[in-house]
Design a protein around this ligand. Structure first.
Ligand code: NAD
Length: 443
């Protein structure tokens, strides 16, 4: 089948590569010339495990193209996927500028039947706006062309995106026209073989399903972080509590890890956008507001702990930071907890020596010429001249470090662990002070 995908970011590239992998002819359109040039030169601008091989293989086979030529894209695909960003607007609502720009572009060039498939995360009612934007452009040209708009929210996880796309838990299709259901069923057939994972519903419910999923996941995290803060003050160990509650199958062990707060390009903005959608219709989404407030506070926890340890005297101190991406196996630093920590430390006159296995290029882009940030070659190098170590992202390579080396390198033998990677008793026995989330050990 012929597919066009607008937006060559995390979702667009993974969708394009996976759709090409199953034999479709995919054209990816982006307005970022630099990104398209890099892709055409065989360079993948983001880190996502396995994505580079998928892109290379399918580009070589002629099934995957990258272009900034919008007209070529609109003429190419029966399916026109929208996978552009929907960043938070100033008032917390989803900024639909890019989605509607794509809709207008399609309207300017459409001359035959097209199915517009919205993969971006968008508030309820956006499909109607997309429809109107396309129709306005068609009418302005005095032309006529038939099209349908479908909501097909994406549930992939950065770091496991290829596997999530190839073997999805579910494929949500929101449509008001049965013919599109059958065409999308055929398109998704290769990803739907083991058992039927395709769930069809009306467009508005599909749009809301994506927010509901992210809001539930964010709620689980904020719930555990709230409990961790209580556990800490009561002298309990949240990790033991986690195992204790997870054993109840109604709760389960998945996604109940306490930590330094959630970040990334989805949970923060989607919780905010859902709360905003609710308030726009006169409903105060108290739980969503609380989930966000707990998370904002949690992202400050690492800084608070460090500041308390040093008696509020951070000027002139240096903190080694392990992990910059918002979670392991990605280079994405959007709304990452590392940024909250580093910026709070800098504001108090401290310096940071940081290392991340994949996000160094992104850190350099976000903080160009930042004199208070030293980006180091490896985890060991961050410790040179540092007063303390803070772990923000749970990359595998941080799980079993040389604790003796850490102790010998730091001017203060202290680890602040935002992801509860270590056993407090072990660290204390090695002479290291250890402050984690909802559990601690002091020498
Ligand atoms: P991204 O920022 O990585 O990529 C968006 C791309 O769209 C950029 O390359 C940008 O240049 C391009 N773009 C902007 N305007 C354009 C236009 N008019 N025409 C063509 N291209 C244009 O975004 P992302 O992380 O891939 O997210 C895309 C959408 O998918 C968002 O709505 C997001 O909420 C949702 N989503 C993201 C994830 C994730 O893990 N990143 C998961 C599920 C859903």
């Amino acid at each position: 089948m012929r597919i066009t995908i607008f937006g060559s970011g995390y979702v667009g590239l993974v969708t394009g590569a996976c759709m090409a992998e199953t034999g479709n002819h995919v054209v990816c359109v982006d307005i970022d010339q630099d990104k398209i040039d890099r892709l055409n030169a065989g360079d993948v601008p983001i880190y996502e495990p396995g994505l580079d091989q998928y892109i290379e293989r399918n580009r070589a086979a002629g099934r995957l193209e990258f272009t900034t030529d919008i007209e070529y894209g609109v003429k190419h695909g029966l399916f026109q996927f929208i996978a552009v960003g929907t960043p938070p607007d100033e008032d917390g609502s989803a900024d639909l500028r890019h989605v509607l720009a794509v809709a207008r572009s399609i309207g300017e060039h459409i001359d035959d039947y097209r199915i517009i498939v919205d993969k971006s995360t968008v508030p309820v009612g956006t499909a109607d706006q997309v429809k109107s934007a396309i129709q306005e452009q068609i009418s302005a040209r005095g032309a006529a062309a038939e099209f349908d708009v479908v909501s097909n929210p994406e549930f992939l996880k950065e770091g496991a995106a290829i596997n999530d796309f190839m073997k999805p838990d579910r494929i949500i299709i929101g449509t008001d026209n049965p013919r599109t259901t059958e065409l999308l069923r055929a398109l998704y057939e290769p990803f739907n073989r083991n058992h039927d994972r395709l769930i069809t519903m009306d467009i508005r419910s599909a749009e809301l399903t994506k927010y509901a999923a992210n809001a539930m996941l964010a709620t689980k995290i904020s719930f555990m972080n709230e409990l961790a803060n209580i556990a800490e003050r009561l002298g309990a160990d949240i990790e033991k509590v986690r195992i204790g509650i997870g054993s109840d199958p109604r709760i389960g062990y998945h996604f109940i890890y306490p930590g330094a707060g959630y970040g990334g390009s989805c949970f923060p903005k989607d919780v905010r956008a859902l709360a905003r959608s609710a308030s726009d219709i006169g409903y105060d989404a108290e739980l969503m507001n609380a989930v966000e407030a707990v998370n904002d506070r949690q992202k400050q926890r690492m800084y608070t702990k460090i500041s308390e340890f040093f008696g509020g005297e951070l000027a002139g101190r240096t903190v080694a930071v392990w992990g910059l991406s918002f979670k392991p196996k990605t280079d994405d630093m959007r709304e990452a907890s590392s940024r909250t920590l580093m910026e709070a430390l800098w504001a108090e006159g401290a310096k940071v020596r940081a290392y991340d296995p994949e996000a160094m290029e992104e850190a350099r882009r976000l903080y160009p010429n930042e004199p208070r940030l030293a980006l180091c070659e490896n985890a060991k190098e961050t410790l040179l001249g540092a007063d303390a170590l803070a772990i923000v992202t749970e990359w595998q390579e941080f799980r079993s470090p040389d604790f003796q080396l850490i102790k010998d390198s730091l001017t203060h033998p202290v680890i602040f662990d935002g992801r509860n990677l270590y056993d407090p008793d072990t660290l204390v026995s090695l002479g290291l002070n250890y402050f984690a989330i909802g559990r601690s050990g002091v020498v």
